[in-house]
Design a protein around this ligand. Structure first.
Ligand code: FAD
Length: 286
């Protein structure tokens, strides 16, 4: 099924993100986490693509596995580190595996890479290539708090408009912890004439280590409530985990209640976290 039809459907959507194994010896454990998450019957599951293309083979395999479990899959694909030839191979592979949905991304620029020598420079060029290849439903990334390389949010939104004009049918946001940042962002998109659906990406922070590794480095704005409700449990791992899940659930409930019907949870390969959040949302997504 095409993701755009799911998002535009009458029912609110709740999707989960997973990542493929880096090496073959980890395949089975990732596969069993995926099976557990699929049992929750999410609206769809998205499968990341390793930075620099390192886990490309497994992205397609895991996406196919998700589909074989009866869940719509969304395969991420990056282009900055790939030749045009490699991208075409990947697209043929995804097509052969029956994957219908691609999240078209540029990817982070690896240190030392001279982008003048690259076949692709921006995600919209990947979108062009995908569109030449076949009938995929294509999504793209967006950044409520601005992409770090962008000189301003206005410029970033101008570039988003180009991405959409090239065929990006829906956008998924980078994680955010303050829903007001999301609401302001969608207002800006509307004013800029960007009318494709925006899926809100929420990351549950379940440990102080994850907080240090992801949130501190990301530069995301943290509302006071995050400090009060989650960070105060810095020295109590179980309470921290519970509070992180509660915080993400509350964010999602607030989004649904304000009429945003598509929420994507970056629960990664943690079925228990996905299950708990889904349970917390049952009343608002039924
Ligand atoms: P682009 O849309 O190309 O934008 C990159 C920068 O270029 C922005 O600053 C933008 O303003 C600017 N720009 C865009 N178009 C133009 C233009 N026409 N002219 C001038 N400037 C322009 N990374 C992975 O490696 N694997 C993943 O699986 C993955 N999944 C992600 C999923 C989501 C939902 C998000 C939000 C990010 C994901 N990323 C992933 C990270 C992403 O690859 C990086 O954030 C990357 O730096 C930007 O990718 P993009 O597709 O947004 O790039």
């Amino acid at each position: 099924m095409k993701i755009i039809d799911i998002i535009n459907g009458k029912k609110p959507s709740l999707s989960f993100e997973v990542f493929p194994p880096k090496t073959s010896d980890k395949y089975d454990s990732v596969s069993s986490a995926i099976k557990e998450i699929a049992r929750l019957n999410p609206s769809y599951m998205s499968v990341t693509y390793g930075a620099g293309g390192g886990t490309s083979e497994y992205t397609a395999r895991i996406a196919q596995e998700v589909s074989s479990l009866g869940i719509t899959s969304l395969a991420h694909l990056t282009c900055i580190s790939s030749s045009c030839e490699l991208v075409r191979e990947q697209l043929s592979n995804l097509q052969a595996l029956g994957i219908e949905n691609i999240l078209a991304l540029r990817g982070d620029i690896p240190e030392g890479l001279n982008i003048n020598n690259c076949d692709f420079h921006y995600s919209y060029e990947l979108i062009d290539e995908i569109k030449k290849h076949g009938e995929f439903c294509i999504g793209g990334a967006c950044y409520p708090e601005c992409h770090p390389e962008s000189e301003s949010i206005e410029k970033d939104i101008e570039h988003l408009k180009i991405k959409v004009a090239h065929g990006c049918e829906f956008l998924t946001t980078q994680m955010f912890f303050d829903n007001n940042a999301f609401y302001q962002f969608v207002n800006r998109l509307e004013k800029a004439g960007i009318n494709v659906p925006v899926v809100a990406g929420i990351m549950p922070i379940t440990s102080p280590t994850q907080f240090e590794r992801i949130v501190k480095l990301s530069g995301n704005a943290l509302p006071k409530s995050f400090l009060n409700e989650v960070l105060r449990f810095e020295n109590d791992p179980e309470a921290f985990r519970k509070a992180g899940i509660e915080f993400a659930s509350k964010q999602a409930i607030n989004l649904y209640e304000n009429g945003f019907g598509a929420v994507h949870i970056y629960s990664m390969n943690k079925p228990e976290v996905a299950r708990k959040i889904q349970n917390n949302l049952l009343d608002v997504i039924k």
